[in-house]
Design a protein around this ligand. Structure first.
Ligand code: SAM
Length: 225
């Protein structure tokens, strides 16, 4: 949806991501738990929702040879990623649609920090799995209660990116998925996975989230062929 891309392209949001998630020290323990198992020289990596390509730097801390392709719905993020990581490939893609990659597959696919923040997350996950040759690491936000996928009831504001009404008013959906449903959907959307693993922790919602619950399970998943 064009609105979501515009939200990520707000100047304060672009500036925020200039210094976020660009070193292994800024990768969450649950993500690292899976990621490190799939780091080997020569690995090909697709990063869906790459922002400014921070994971290229993360991978570069552990590997000397790898290929990294970052895709993002925000052309502004992609422009900054290209400036920061000229040796890697970046593409702007429509939401939930990885067809610009053609039939290419990758050893390792990352889908981090985006599935809870857009409506078409099931399409994005299925498309990412179709391009996974080895393993896909992704994350969901879960709850023990009923799923909520309704921007009026659960949303994420861009208030973290800047002060002022425009940032508070610019909202994305915040998809809270019932934990059993998350398992069922992950199995369905990663059809044929030989192994599906999860590693999560319960915590208070982020300050930018407006949610009707007082705790969220941030769950990192790994689906393997
Ligand atoms: C919260 S950041 C996550 C960045 C990075 N993946 C990480 O985990 O730190 C969200 C980024 O994903 C992009 N994005 C959001 N939804 C997307 C989608 N459906 N497909 C591709 N990119 C998306 C946004 O434009 C933004 O640059």
């Amino acid at each position: 949806m064009a609105d979501n891309a515009a939200a990520w392209g707000l100047p304060g949001v672009l500036d925020f991501f200039a210094s976020e998630r660009d070193s292994a020290a800024k990768v969450y323990p649950s993500e690292w738990f899976f990621l490190r198992q799939h780091l080997r020289e020569g690995v090909s990596v697709l990063d869906v929702g790459c922002a400014q390509g921070g994971f290229a730097a993360v991978l570069g801390e552990s590997l000397s040879a790898f290929t990294y392709t970052g895709v993002d719905i925000s052309a502004a993020m992609v422009a900054r990623a290209r400036e920061r990581h000229p040796g890697h490939r970046f593409l702007t893609v429509p939401e939930g649609d990885l067809s610009p990659l053609g039939g290419e597959t990758f050893d390792l696919v990352l889908v981090l920090g985006i599935l809870h923040l857009h409506e078409a997350w099931r399409d994005t996950l299925a498309a990412a799995w179709a391009r996974t040759g080895g393993a896909m690491v992704f994350d969901l936000r879960e709850t023990e209660g009923p799923s909520i996928e309704d921007k009026d009831r659960a949303r994420f504001t861009m208030a973290f990116g800047g002060d002022g009404a425009e940032y508070e008013r610019t909202v994305l959906p915040y998809n809270l998925i019932n934990a059993s449903e998350a398992l069922a959907e992950s199995r369905r959307l990663c059809a044929g996975a030989a192994r599906l693993s999860r590693f999560g922790y319960l915590h208070a919602p982020s300050a930018a989230a407006r949610l009707p619950v007082d705790a969220v399970l941030t769950e990192t998943w790994c689906a393997e062929r």
